[in-house]
Write a protein that binds this ligand. Structure first.
Ligand code: HEC
Length: 107
């Protein structure tokens, strides 16, 4: 009986470790891949997979000429119908990844 309880709690221990690992490993070493992941979650619904969907009057990211600091400012503060992400994205890296990905959508 005691053994069984030990066995069960060890199982739960293993399960909780697995969960923690998964969240840590969701980011890759590639900024573009991480940017794409964040873009899919936060930006796709308005800007679309190629950046030119134009939903809710969103600007075409394929023809945008903004540089990284301006892109990051818009993501942080929002603009017009676009929401601000200052409180949603919890690290500087995420703004940089998104900015790199947005620039990569250009032809
Ligand atoms: C609710 C729809 C919506 C969502 C979600 C959204 N945007 Fe936008 N985005 C807009 C709109 C609308 C504009 C145009 C703002 C303006 O100039 O008035 C815009 C403009 C931009 C611009 C400026 C382009 C330029 O050349 O002026 C960038 C860059 C941008 N969005 C990136 C993003 C990124 C990155 C995300 C996700 C973190 C995102 N947007 C999420 C609607 C959205």
């Amino acid at each position: 009986m005691v053994l069984r309880i030990l066995y069960l709690s060890f199982g739960v221990f293993l399960l909780s470790c697995g969960g923690a690992e998964e969240t840590e490993e969701q980011w890759s070493t590639s900024s573009i891949e991480n940017g794409e992941q964040l873009y899919t979650i936060h930006c796709l619904r308005c800007h679309g997979s190629s950046g030119d969907l134009g939903a809710s009057g969103s600007k075409n990211l394929k023809i945008s000429t903004l540089k990284s600091p301006e892109i990051i400012k818009i993501i942080r503060e929002g603009k017009g119908a676009m929401p601000a992400y200052a409180n949603t994205l919890d690290s500087e890296e995420k703004f940089n990844w998104l900015s790199e990905y947005v620039i990569s959508l250009r032809n």
